[in-house]
Design a protein around this ligand. Structure first.
Ligand code: DAH
Length: 338
């Protein structure tokens, strides 16, 4: 290959012009590769120096060397200038306005039903009770038979109870928390002091006053010399703790297959009597089924709906508010407040 001074100086001019006319760091890098990279015309010229005679080699060597260093310098200068421009642009476009107000994220929190369950559990633990739990998928025997609910009882129809297939398995979604009474008595000997809060199911449509999935709390005491006066005193204490010290309770005669005698418990709240739950002395048949010595022990039981308790306590008018989990509703119970 022969070398040509004119070609070298035109390569140099082209490189300087390309550098001068670019305004972008990426294309500047490419220009450097094109004009002084390994495959550039100047690099090739440099490689062919070896084939020249010594006199020409020195002359062309100098020429090519100074052309390459000129391109290099121009590149460095331009690169510094473009980097500076880019940095000041970044400072402008990515500027943080420290005076802007922050975005608040609402804190999560407990649902009012959970708060109430915890409150009731704490209250009874304070009285020396244990908290028991049972499965939501329950055997028909524990949900009905052991509680002295006869086979032809209306609660045992498909309209009221969710039966699980295959029907021969005799499983239901528990319709109340009362089967936990049976489980407890089968597992433990008296004295028994338990509450059983939990989820319960009935084949109702969701509307302003009903929900197919709801919650109850069951209470059960089995000990020596337990009377209805103990039941009344316990319910009174329970009601005052939940609704306020000024409330009183009354018992109205009623019927439940698993208690004898049975009663409805009402609370006098906000100037009127409100039905709150069911209660009674545990039916001897139920005690006997669970192997409790009925000569020695007697017991009382009660069961309240937790949704109902919230509705009464807070004057909630629509069940949808309790089940839908809208933060605007739960906020009023201290959930999601800053
Ligand atoms: N299990 C009853 C229900 O769901 C409520 C109930 C009534 C529970 C009386 C009791 C009780 O323990 O003694 O309607």
């Amino acid at each position: 290959m022969s070398l040509d001074k004119g070609q070298i100086s035109s390569d140099l001019d082209k490189a300087l012009l390309a550098i001068a006319s670019t305004n972008d760091l990426d294309s500047l890098k490419q220009i450097k590769i094109d004009y002084i990279g390994d495959k550039s015309a100047l690099a090739k010229a440099n490689q062919s120096l070896a084939s020249l005679d010594p006199g020409q080699r020195a002359e062309f060597g100098k020429l090519i060397g100074s052309a390459r260093s000129e391109v290099n310098q121009a590149f460095e200068l331009k690169s510094a200038q473009l980097s500076k421009q880019r940095d000041s642009q970044v400072l402008l476009t990515e500027k943080v306005d420290v005076t802007l107000p922050g975005r608040r994220t609402l804190k999560g929190g407990l649902h009012p039903l959970t708060i109430l369950t915890n409150e009731i559990s704490d209250l009874f633990i304070g009285l020396g009770y244990n908290v028991a739990e049972g499965p939501e998928l329950e055997s028909e025997w524990l949900n009905f038979d052991a509680l002295n609910i006869p086979a032809d009882h209306p609660a045992r129809t498909m309209q009221d109870t969710f039966f699980i297939q295959p029907l021969e398995a005799k499983l239901v979604l528990r319709t109340h928390t009362s089967p936990v009474q049976i489980r407890t008595m089968l597992e433990q000997n008296p004295p028994i002091y338990v509450i059983c809060p939990g989820k319960t199911y009935r084949a109702d449509e969701l509307d302003a006053t009903h929900t197919p999935v709801f919650h109850q709390v069951e209470g059960l005491v089995v000990d020596e010399d337990i009377t209805m006066a103990d039941l009344k005193g316990t319910l009174d204490y329970f009601a005052k703790s939940i609704f306020g010290n000024e409330v009183t309770t009354r018992l109205r005669p009623s019927f439940f297959p698993f208690t004898e005698p049975s009663a409805e418990v009402d609370v006098f709240f906000n100037g009127r009597w409100i039905e709150w739950g069911g209660c009674g002395m545990v039916n001897e048949k139920v005690l006997a089924t669970c192997g409790v010595d009925t000569k020695k022990y007697s017991g009382f039981a009660f069961g309240m709906g937790l949704e109902r308790t919230l509705i009464v306590k807070y004057g909630i008018t629509d069940m949808h508010d309790i089940v839908e989990g809208d933060i605007r509703f739960t906020q009023s119970f201290g959930v999601g407040k800053k």
